[in-house]
Design a binder for this molecule. Structure first.
Ligand code: GLU
Ligand code: ZN
Length: 294
């Protein structure tokens, strides 16, 4: 008898720099959850924002994942190979009147109170110097997170006509992430708590597209001593590709799974195999932010 588990997870880094401790936590958490469910673990490079990308970062990230024993299934997917799919969906919604061009600047929206109130809905602007906004689908006011339970969304933001293509011509993360997760059959999203806020919009897109949303698990976000998210922008150091064990052990401890120092001399693959056995949501920290000195 064969048993089929239906679990497809993913790690979806943006190639804006090498992996740092915060992105390792997201990679590791999504990997362990997938393997603990006998599921697949995919890697997708979210390279749709060239101004924020760093040459060589994608291959640097992939080599680091391999060095850390985080082996993915199938081929790596690059969002830049799917721009026509994003455009086709946008064109369909423009044609049906479910999306429209908006020429409002960030400054104007801020001056009007910060929430976009549909100013351009009936203005029939053309594509020049314009973003594309989706007429607000059913507002998602809350969703269930596997760690946090019910998470309430900001009601005003939930009703906003949000951007699916930016004024500078780049595709919006919220659209691309949902179209790709659907296309790849993702059943489980495990990622950092910095992405709790946009999740309501993601679920609204699933509903609009007539698809079942995945399960969500938002991991605590690693912040520095000042409470700022570790990121490329605030110069979080790259994790060491040549010596994975210290960062791997620190990331496991961060996720509520401290291992004895004896494990330092093990291979990453041996440690990960044991971590898959011990993986449990019950031991994850319940905070959305956790300080790290790593
Ligand atoms: N590419 C996004 C990031 O690096 C993550 C997308 C996701 O996991 O949904 O922040
Ligand atoms: Zn507008």
């Amino acid at each position: 008898m064969t048993s089929h588990t239906h679990y497809i997870g993913r790690f979806a880094p943006s190639p804006s720099g090498p992996l740092h401790f915060g992105s390792l936590v997201a990679a590791l958490g999504s990997y362990l959850d997938a393997r603990a469910h006998d599921g697949q673990w995919l890697v997708r490079i979210e390279d749709i924002d060239p101004p924020r990308e760093v040459a060589g970062a994608a291959s640097d990230i992939l080599q680091t994942l391999e060095a850390y024993g985080l082996h993915w299934d199938g081929a790596v997917r690059y969002q830049s190979d799917h721009l026509l799919d994003y455009q086709a969906q946008i064109d369909a919604w423009l044609a049906s009147g479910e999306a429209y061009y908006c020429t409002c600047t960030r400054k104007q929206i801020k001056a009007a109170g910060g929430i976009y109130l549909g100013t351009c809905r009936e203005k029939h602007h053309g594509p020049e110097q314009a973003a594309v906004r989706l007429k607000s689908p059913a507002a998602i006011l809350a969703f269930e997170d596997r760690l946090h339970g019910t998470l309430d969304m900001d009601a005003a933001l939930a009703r906003e006509d949000f951007t699916i293509k930016r004024r500078d011509g780049l595709y919006a993360y919220n659209l691309a992430v949902v179209l790709d997760d659907i296309d790849q059959g993702i059943t489980d999203v495990v990622r950092g708590a910095d992405l709790i806020m946009p999740t309501g919009r993601h679920i609204a897109l699933y509903q609009k597209l007539g698809k079942v949303a995945p399960r969500y698990l938002h991991l605590p976000l690693a912040v520095n001593a000042d409470g700022n998210k570790l990121s490329k922008q605030n110069h979080a150091p790259a994790i060491n590709r040549a010596d994975p064990m210290p960062a791997l052990l620190a990331a496991l401890a961060f996720l509520g799974m401290p291992f004895s120092p004896d494990w330092r001399s093990a291979k990453p693959g041996e440690l990960l195999a044991e971590a898959v056995k011990r993986w449990s949501i019950a031991t994850l920290p319940r905070e959305t932010e956790v300080k790290t000195a790593f």
